[in-house]
Write a protein of this length. Structure first.
Length: 120
């Protein structure tokens, strides 16, 4: 089990089939607590394993996998990692952060938007 804000992947299976159980939980009281607000995506120590990136969510899909993004539309909405959590040498698209301040360098954290937790 893991928090959804962590990069993750699954090994390929060679036979049979896989069944995934995905549980989304939301607790308004917990998310309003200072302890939750102080938790955020940690700065990544290095680039992720290519098996752990998703072309739908990861801003560095092309750089990590060496492949073009299968569906280019996801380059506009990719969010992982947030700019303040980029590893050294990060290469990727601005993704969802480009709409906050077009033309800003990818390494500058976005301004806080309504409904979004600040990137402490």
């Amino acid at each position: 089990m893991h928090l959804g804000r962590r990069r993750h992947g699954a090994d390929d299976i060679s036979e049979g089939h896989r069944v995934n159980l995905i549980m989304w939980n939301y607790n308004t009281e917990y998310r309003a607590a200072k302890s939750y607000a102080s938790q955020w995506y940690e700065v990544e120590a290095h680039s992720p394993d290519p098996r752990c990136v998703s072309y739908t969510h990861d801003r560095d899909w092309e750089a990590v996998t060496g492949e073009p993004r299968p569906e280019a539309k996801f380059a506009r909405t990719a969010w992982c990692p947030p700019p303040r959590a980029e590893y050294a040498g990060f290469e990727g698209v601005d993704g969802k952060y480009a709409t906050i301040d077009p033309g800003r360098p990818a390494t500058v954290p976005p301004r806080h938007r309504e409904g979004e937790r600040p990137l402490n």
